[in-house]
Design a protein around this ligand. Structure first.
Ligand code: SF4
Length: 383
């Protein structure tokens, strides 16, 4: 039974229909237009260190990551793949550069998919028949992952640099080689650090093939810049229905990538929303420290699993209106906070009790939702 909490009823409105694609399975995660858009990240541990890698994968899983990629630059890493693939709770993709032999090792290891970079795998085109056969035998999908920094030299020569056309042509050329061997379990990425080039490259791909597409702005930078670049680029493509899996690349812990990826999808109603804080930016009319209040409420509600929109507003101009529209809200002023639940003022509390009151009410709503869904206890953590 679904619980009405004032959030948009599901299915929530989306900006575009998904572009129709072929479907494939990465482990137990479906990828393609018939499946939800999945969020990926990549471990930063030495893959050969099985325990550290599995620990990081567990953190990513807890953060909501759907599929994880691990690098495989050495024989030690390749040897670790069977244990990692077996013990990971989410599908593991092996990321292979330079050495074709590791493609086979990853397939044999039971990885859920293998990412190959045709631009830097030795004599890749000559190996396609063998790779396609091995992948087919094991039911392993292949991601053709073209990257601006390691574009096939032939295309670099033809186009002079990593243009959108060069990126798309490289990927489509490799896909055509696999198709010649009747292998179609392919998804494609064409990453560039410039969102404008990246967007155009994916648009070309979307026009010219029906393979699922994995979106990424590569080397997007530190968290602030990378988040913005990825959100803008993914937004422009998702607006056109383009994109079946995403990875936000940040120079930051991979759990942050997952949080940003999920938030991007939630913002566009491409994934059900959970906790959403509607807080005002504050201004000269604010009669309370809105930043502090919003931070404290956000921290107090971290881990909330039910969809809940909480409005934290600084004064009576927009406060009552926004607070009324949310599941739960506060409009502050004169050292007090008017607490709204589902559009009704339920009480007015002194300013120092606003945070605890909101958290209490949120827990009560979560409990009701939990009861309604038969899941028992509330899932709010108070820190
Ligand atoms: S709600 Fe009030 S304090 Fe917040 S931005 Fe609007 S006018 Fe300013």
């Amino acid at each position: 039974m679904s619980v009405e909490l004032g959030m948009p009823a599901l299915p929530a409105p989306v900006l575009s229909e998904r572009r129709k694609t072929r479907q494939l399975m990465v482990g137990n995660v479906g990828v393609g237009s018939e499946h939800p858009i999945s969020v990926q990240s990549m471990t930063t541990t030495l893959t050969a260190d099985v325990n550290a890698t599995l620990q990081q994968i567990a953190q990513l899983t807890a953060a909501g990551c759907d599929i994880v990629r691990v690098a495989c630059p050495s024989a030690d890493d390749a040897e670790a793949l069977p244990a990692i693939a077996k013990k990971s709770q989410i599908p593991v993709i092996a990321d292979i550069h330079f050495q074709p032999k590791y493609v086979f090792a990853a397939i044999e290891a039971g990885c859920a998919a293998v990412r190959v970079n045709p631009g830097n795998i030795k004599k890749f085109d000559d190996k396609v028949a063998e790779i396609a056969q091995a992948a087919k035998d094991h039911g392993t999908p292949i991601r053709i992952g073209v990257n601006a920094g390691s574009l096939d030299p032939r295309l670099l020569k033809k186009y002079g640099k990593a243009t959108p056309e060069a990126l798309a042509e490289s990927a489509l050329w490799e896909a055509s080689l696999f198709a010649e061997h009747d292998f179609h379990d392919i998804k494609i990425s064409v990453k560039h650090n410039d969102p404008v080039i990246m967007i155009r490259a994916y648009e070309i791909l979307a026009e010219q093939c029906d393979y699922p597409l994995h979106l990424g702005v590569t080397e997007a930078g530190p968290a602030f810049q990378g988040t913005i670049k990825s959100a803008v680029a993914f937004g422009a493509l998702l607006r056109q229905g383009i994109g079946d899996t995403i990875r936000v690349s940040l120079s930051a812990p991979p759990v942050e990538e997952v949080k940003v990826g999920i938030q991007i999808l939630q913002s566009l109603n491409l994934r059900p929303r959970k906790l959403e804080i509607v807080s005002c930016p504050s201004c000269g009319r604010a009669q309370v420290d809105v930043y502090k209040l919003a931070d404290e409420v956000t921290a107090g509600l971290e881990g909330m699993e039910v969809p809940l929109r909480v409005a934290v507003m600084g004064c009576v101009v927009n406060g009552p209106g926004e607070a009324r529209e949310a599941d739960l809200g506060v409009a502050s002023g004169n050292g007090k906070g008017q607490i709204f639940v589902k559009g009704e003022v339920i009480k007015t509390v002194p300013e120092h009790q606003i945070v605890e009151t909101l958290i209490e009410e949120a827990m009560r709503i979560a409990e009701e939702a939990g009861d309604a869904e038969g899941s028992g206890s509330p899932v709010v953590t108070v820190s």
